[in-house]
Design a protein around this ligand. Structure first.
Ligand code: M6R
Length: 357
């Protein structure tokens, strides 16, 4: 039920802080430590390489998940678009683990990959929001998102839930290997949940920015580096699928290799700058596009913000920044679609779960 909300999408954006808190609870044992069932952990620890398989927004969450598995646990991880993997299987490692990420658990392209890797005898783990979904039933292990039903076609709370759950799995894998991730994940996820609350409460401001940057635009660009690059892909997908504004997300360093040719007077560029190490580079990119007339909206974080940044998210652990920085992008897309009179929850040509290949 969407209750007093005009759209499910807005309700689901709003639910993100609560979902993060629910996840923290769901994956904690009575001693307050992170926990997941033994078999799932053994499956992760038994792998010499993780293959994440997903589509759309879930693929974008997988890109963030790769950083966690590699940085926290030291497990080499590849992320594949399911439809590509289904038809062009890469060379596999000796002991692969396949991690399927799917809100619905029904995506046909991902199911097809599961069928193939099962024929080859490889282990599988599904990270899904729907217990009892096909991917969950057919894979060896399941980890749930606890995001509650997601009704809007545009995925929002499932994305943040996927990132949080992948972070927890990677931290547990790290612990099992006798390593440390260097910070208290439970505490930092709590801080991220509070920061997410701050951002969902800034709707009016995001509506204003959406109006300023997108009212008259036919296109928009999203740039970032590192984790911010992954979030830029998600920001672009959100905007295009519900507002039909042509949007592209890409790595800031790629601008000069082609895309900068598209920058004209007034072209909107959303630039994510939450990662200190690469923030100067992304700010350099903003100057480059600015010199060609672009209108840039920098999304930075408290502590590394600079004058003129249009959106500054509260300080969170940099590895968890995607949980928070995506929220203004979700809201800006929502309002862009709303202002254009689009059917926000049911965009044209799209279905909530894509059950055909
Ligand atoms: O249910 P899934 O997570 O497997 O769905 C994957 C994509 O179809 C889905 O994320 C799609 O890209 C959304 N409409 C994005 O908002």
């Amino acid at each position: 039920e969407k209750g007093t909300y005009p759209h499910y999408m807005l309700k689901e954006i709003d639910e993100q802080p609560a979902v993060l808190r629910k996840i923290i609870q769901a994956y904690q044992n009575e001693d307050g430590e992170l926990h997941v069932d033994r078999e799932t952990l053994d499956a992760i620890n038994g792998a010499d390489r993780i293959y994440i398989i997903a589509a759309g927004t879930s693929y974008h969450a997988g890109l963030v998940g790769k950083e966690y598995f590699e940085k926290f646990a030291g497990v080499p991880t590849e992320v594949h678009i399911s439809s590509e993997f289904g038809y062009h299987m890469p060379l596999l490692s000796d002991k692969p683990l396949f991690v399927f990420i799917s809100q619905s658990g029904e995506t046909a392209d991902s199911r097809q990959v599961l069928v193939r890797i099962k024929e080859l005898g490889h282990p599988s783990l599904t990270v899904t929001n729907v217990a009892g979904s096909t991917l969950s039933r057919e894979s060896d292990h399941t980890v749930l998102l606890h995001a509650g039903p997601e009704i809007a076609v545009a995925s929002t709370k499932a994305y943040t839930a996927q990132i949080a759950v992948l972070g927890i799995l990677a931290a547990l894998a790290s612990e099992a290997k006798g390593k440390t991730i260097g910070f208290d994940l439970i505490q930092e996820l709590g801080i991220a949940a509070n920061a997410a609350q701050t951002m969902v409460d800034r709707k009016e401001e995001m509506e204003g920015l959406s109006f300023d940057f997108l009212e008259l635009s036919r296109n928009a660009f999203f740039i970032g580096r590192g984790l911010d690059y992954h979030v830029s892909l998600e920001g672009a997908l959100k905007l295009k699928e519900i507002s039909y504004i042509q949007a592209e997300g890409f790595a800031g360093g790629e601008l000069k290799h082609g895309t900068i040719a598209l920058i004209e007077e007034g072209t909107p560029v959303f630039a994510l700058a939450t990662q200190e190490a690469v923030s100067p580079n992304i700010r350099g990119n903003v100057k480059e596009v600015g010199a060609r007339g672009a209108k840039s909206c920098i999304i930075s974080m408290e502590g590394i913000q600079e004058e003129g940044d249009r959106i500054v998210i509260p300080a969170v652990h940099p590895m968890l920044a995607p949980l928070v920085s995506v929220i203004p992008l979700q809201l800006i897309s929502y309002y862009a679609a709303l202002h254009r009179g689009c059917d926000v929850d049911k965009p044209r040509n799209l279905a909530k779960s894509v059950t055909v290949e």
